[in-house]
Ligand binder design. Structure first.
Ligand SMILES: [Zn+2]
Length: 199
């Protein structure tokens, strides 16, 4: 079942990854650091709820997400006199209001975009409008959008699938299940592909 308005998550462009292994032990869970830039000024509880959903999606694939806001991240890298390394162990999630999302020139049915090696853009006002129109909670939908776009960054081009979190279209039932704590997953093949890149 699809929602009446087709949900499009624009395909990601090439990219490499962002990863590091926590603690440096062989058993450590691969971790992706997610630096968040919230230009939309979302409430903390909305961001936290979305982060919980996105983290749960990746955790089922055996990957940890480490969330860091931009100001904290700049402090973390402030000691790097020569600038941030060219091969970063992170992705940036940039949450945009419609005034900035519209600059991409994408149809209003696009909710996010993954660009280049590490940048995911999330169109917050469109997610909120979708949630309201479908009578669904906003954070789980936002979390699914964020996980989907990060998935593009980690999987590379052509990473849409017929089902699961990398589906180009998500439906109302998917959002309902996400609200209930059962968001869509990466397929086994997708999880293996991401883990192979991270290790
Ligand atoms: Zn997509």
């Amino acid at each position: 079942m699809r929602i009446s308005r087709k949900t499009i998550w624009t395909a990601a462009l090439p990219l490499s990854l962002v990863v590091h292994c926590a603690a440096g032990t062989p058993e450590a869970e691969p971790t992706v650091t997610v630096v968040v830039l919230d230009y939309a000024g979302l409430p903390d509880r909305t961001l936290a709820g979305a982060g919980t959903v996105a983290s749960s999606i990746f955790r089922k694939a055996g990957i940890a997400l480490r969330w860091v806001d931009y100001s904290t991240w700049t402090q973390e890298v402030a000691h790097l006199k020569d600038g941030v390394p060219a091969v970063p162990s992170r992705v940036f999630v940039k949450i945009l209001p419609e005034s900035r999302a519209s600059r991409f020139g994408l149809a209003g049915i696009a909710y996010g975009l993954a660009v280049g090696r590490q940048d995911a853009y999330i169109f917050a006002d469109r997610v909120r409008t979708l949630a309201v129109s479908k009578g669904r909670s906003e954070p789980p939908i936002l979390g699914c959008v964020v996980a989907h776009e990060i998935g593009h960054l980690l999987l590379g081009p052509g990473s849409h699938a017929d089902g699961g979190i990398m589906s180009a279209d998500l439906d109302v039932e998917t959002f309902l299940q996400a609200e209930r704590g059962h968001p869509p997953s990466f397929t086994s093949a997708e999880a293996r592909q991401i883990l192979a890149r991270l290790r």
